[in-house]
Design a protein around this ligand. Structure first.
Ligand SMILES: [Zn+2]
Length: 258
């Protein structure tokens, strides 16, 4: 069955951290497409326009949120407005997110029910579920109390997949999600390192060790905080991991498993 409806395609819509001086580096947003299925991982600040330029947002099968820090979900406000106001009758979207998302978005508007008028929000829990032709596996990682990494793969999860760390302070939490040959999309908040004491994030050496011990087919780096050198960050991963390493930017496109 592998590849019967084409390969898994990743479009990087936004790859920023919570704040940055890198022009155009909007918040986390990664669009995955496979055959008729489209799925978005996170929707951080400023990324809705790029989503709307990439596909009709109401056609998304699901938006999957890693954790409830606003740089990973705040443009759901724009998506909700779009679905509610742009169409008559209003359209609806499916969102998988840690518990409490609707309450937080409603609070921004001081309007209980604001979110539910156009978004069907489901609490994400660790485990496996289908989204269209894709299989999505969630696993808790160390960051907030309810943060998830995801593996998204075609062919009932048997095809080469993308593993997204979300924000993560302990790379070992991600090991069990990865199958050899997957592509790892990893946060590298602290560049070549070290991670600042008390910060619950990753640096290049931690990502490299994760990639090496799990046998991933390639590493895509993202969520680099302001002030870290991009070349030094990439080199810090290449120092111990032999596969391809790329620091992603909005507009980048990758075919997973190709
Ligand atoms: Zn975070």
């Amino acid at each position: 069955m592998s590849g019967t409806i084409g390969s898994l395609q990743l479009d990087v819509l936004g790859a920023g951290p919570a704040y940055t001086d890198r022009a155009g580096a909007s918040g986390a947003a990664y669009l995955l497409r496979h055959g008729p299925t489209s799925l978005l991982l996170d929707l951080g600040q400023g990324s809705f326009p790029r989503l709307a330029a990439a596909l009709e947002p109401s056609s998304l099968d699901a938006v999957v949120i890693s954790h409830l820090h606003p740089d990973h979900f705040i443009d759901l406000v724009a998506l909700r407005h779009y679905l509610y106001w742009q169409f008559k009758p209003a359209r609806r979207g499916r969102v998988l997110a840690p518990a409490g998302l609707s309450r937080r978005i409603d609070a921004l508007h001081e309007d209980p029910g604001f979110t539910a008028r156009s978004l069907d929000v489901e609490d994400v829990v660790p485990g496996i579920r289908a989204v269209g032709t894709l299989t999505v596996e969630a696993r808790r990682v160390t960051h907030t109390d309810d943060s998830h990494a995801y593996r998204v793969a075609p062919d009932n999860g048997t095809g080469p997949g993308l593993v997204y760390t979300g924000d993560c302070g302990r790379a070992e939490d991600v090991d069990a999600l990865i199958r050899a040959g997957d592509t790892l999309l990893s946060e590298v908040s602290f560049g070549p390192g070290p991670v600042q004491p008390g910060a619950i994030h990753l640096d290049g050496p931690a990502v490299a060790a994760l990639a090496k011990r799990t046998g991933v087919g390639g590493v895509l780096l993202t969520h680099l905080q302001m002030g870290f050198d991009t070349s030094a960050t990439i080199e810090s991963v290449r120092a111990t991991y032999d596969g391809p390493v790329t620091l992603v930017n909005p507009g980048d496109r990758f075919t997973i498993g190709a």
